[in-house]
Design a protein around this ligand. Sequence first.
Ligand code: ADP
Ligand code: CDP
Length: 216
Amino acid sequence: MIIAVDGPSGSGKSSTARGVATRLGLRFLDTGATYRAVTWSAVEHGLDLDDTAAVAQRARDLRLEISTDPGHQFVIADGADVTTAIREPRISEVVSKIATNLDVRKELIRRQRAIIDNAQPSGGIVVEGRDIATVVATDAELKVLLTADQEARMARRGAEVSSLTAEQLRDQIIRRDADDSTVSEFQVASDGAVTIDSTYMTLEEVIDVISRLAKE
Ligand code: ADP
Ligand code: CDP
């Protein structure tokens, strides 16, 4: 069983996918965290982020351990616990640049597919990201495209990261939407995908709908 949840920043992918995995007793994979971990490592190594070959090599060399337990999430990169560090604004500001590096994508998609395969004996996995239904797991039994309007997504991020100014928030959501929109496989309603607009729904309501669809 594979459930794919795709959508833009702040649409609720992580919290919804984690909630569905907990409710249905499945594993959970946050693919955005893999792009964030490579970004963190490239920054820590002082790489020029425009040097696509060096950044891709870093992605291939990185030792990455990512938890698939929905109740206990952590990310270990080259032995360092980066669970919190990969969420810092300095990483969010540049992660889309790293994600447009096609050799980075190739390497991370390979790793994501291995994690998905490993989860199958334990019943399956809920995978969230941008290109899960279109690229990473095109054979997913359930494909959800989660959306919410920009104002709602900014308000959610604002409630979460109180240290960001309104201007920084707008920049992170609007600029990242623009950066991410350059990748053609992102956020397109793939064959058989169900679109859920969460703008006026609570987190619990979205989890209910997806869990019900998964049982059909
Ligand atoms: P994404 O992974 O798409 O960036 P998150 O799951 O991190 O989004 O959600 C961003 C914030 O919005 C979190 O604080 C989360 O609790 C909240 N949230 C998620 N879904 C909803 C919803 N339907 N209604 C209100 N808040 C939500
Ligand atoms: O939580 P949020 O939506 O803000 O971001 P994320 O899911 O942690 O993803 C961070 C970035 O990684 C995104 O803005 C994309 O640029 C990239 N990403 C990607 O390219 N492919 C994925 N499957 C997931 C994330």
